[in-house]
Design a binder for this molecule. Structure first.
Ligand code: SF4
Length: 204
């Protein structure tokens, strides 16, 4: 099921955020708001075409940040220990990464039951948004593009330009962020359990 974004309340929230962090705050214009909603719905529909389970437009204030997300990956993830391309944060600070997210007004939260399909979908949506003129569009998603990851086998990544950062390195509490949107996210108990994977596309 694809959720349509929440419309007016969200737009008000984003205006409040913009005011708080010093971005230009446009005057309230219902016509402009309707056009913005129609424009962004394209990406929700795109996610649907790409067989995603859910997609909705959220704002930075809907994303929960928690220092524990970052610190747990320092000790719990072998990719971080090996400093692979999948975990590398490219000399950015945590503060810069969070500020990056907060500079956007509209973000597509994408839900899938398939990790690889999700990685492919967020890149495709990022590309579409870029072609539409959202030149800062950017996906956040731990890379699962390849069936068999060359990096995991100790080789070089054949497509490093397609690797996007891991949400944990941004300190995103994905569990809380997804659950607050009414989406399922829990620790898997068995291999057969349905997976609930999430990715983000920062659009504009
Ligand atoms: S080899 Fe494939 S899965 Fe591994 S980091 Fe590169 S693109 Fe991602």
């Amino acid at each position: 099921m694809i959720n349509v974004f929440r419309g007016r309340q969200h737009i008000w929230n984003q205006l409040k955020i913009n005011q708080n962090i010093g971005y230009h705050r446009p005057a309230f214009q219902p016509g402009v708001m309707r056009k913005a909603m129609a424009r962004l719905d394209k990406y929700v529909q795109k996610a649907k075409e790409l067989k995603m389970a859910n997609a909705l437009i959220i704002s930075p204030s809907d994303i929960y940040f928690d220092i524990r997300a970052i610190l747990k990956c320092r000790w719990g993830c072998e990719d971080f220990f090996n400093q692979t391309i999948k975990c590398n944060t490219r000399d950015t600070s945590v503060q810069e990464r969070i500020e990056m997210i907060q500079a956007y007004r509209n973000i597509l939260l994408v839900h899938s039951h398939d990790a690889r399909e999700l990685s492919k979908a967020v890149l495709e949506i990022e590309r579409t948004a870029f072609s539409d003129g959202h030149y800062f569009s950017f996906a956040i998603r731990f890379c699962r593009l390849c069936k068999s990851c060359a990096v995991d086998l100790g080789k070089s990544c054949p497509t490093p330009n397609k690797v996007r950062p891991c949400d944990q390195s941004f300190g995103i509490d994905v569990y809380k962020t997804a659950r607050r949107q009414g989406l399922p996210c829990s620790v898997l108990q068995n291999e057969e359990d349905i997976q609930n994977r999430y990715g983000f596309v920062l659009i504009e």
